[in-house]
Design a protein around this ligand. Sequence first.
Ligand code: AKB
Length: 325
Amino acid sequence: MDNAILITGFNGEIGRQTLLALSKKETLIIALDINNPHIKYDNVIYIKDSILNKDVMKSIFNDYNIIEVYHFAALLSQSANSNPKSAYEVNEEGSKLIIQLATNHGIKHKSFVRIFFPSSIAVYGPKKLKDAKEYDIIKPQTIYGCNKLVIEQFGTQKYEESIQLGFGIDFRCLRFPGIISPYTIPSGGTTDFAPQMLHAAYNNKKYTCKVDPSTLLPFLSIKSTIDAILQIMTIPHINSKLRAFNVEELSLSPKEIVEELQKEFPKFIVDYNIDSRFQSIADTWPENLNCEEAKKEWNFVNNHSKNVMFEQYLIPEIKKNYGKH
Ligand code: AKB
């Protein structure tokens, strides 16, 4: 039986760049998404299906020796609010199924399957925290935040049971802030205005932002996101009971993002049409995250410079990316 890595939701903002990074490894990859791939890599077997298809998910674990799982398939915060039933099914039931199958697989093969789960700042609330720490009071105010918290806790519990047993899963999780990618334009999230503005600025398009210009939220570039995922998944042992770590680069408001973009794209125009469905969520998510635990437990390094994020990475990279098409 071949060793393989399973990745779900590989067409999304994070999934796509994670698959690119994983494709450079020698290991076979099983990549599952409800849509067809945009790019095909040689060492990847593509499956077009849903994580809710139990038979397909079971057969993946039966046919391959799954050693790592990167589980990105999910509905984001705004999509989850509009489709609570699907959010529950995909974000909770689907995630639990994968964690349970991975646990059974680890027990059967007397090993530990390492699982990466992307959690979110949506687990925080109800107040907008400054310097949010992992152990702060968490009362998510959205369906999406509740889904993420349930899976953080389910994965952590399965991890603890696995440690007792000596086999099962090694659950590792990051609480992601808004992610800014020069490669994809996301939709369905509350923090999507940041990457959407980057792409609008490059494409000479006016942008209407649904969040107040002064609202601060934490952000991470896609490059630092992938670096953090690979780093937490590579470290042999995380010597901590904490399984879900904060990661951020910068705390930014829409106004500050526009100012950074206008340095390079001076004609970029943004107006504001505050939408309560976005603002009410942004107001319960932290202003910034405390990343001390991540630094201590697995050497996370966060850059705090707008210059590094925008001038040295996002702007040159978006030019390169569109230049390719
Ligand atoms: C969203 O806005 O839904 C996500 C998130 C911060 O989890 N990007």
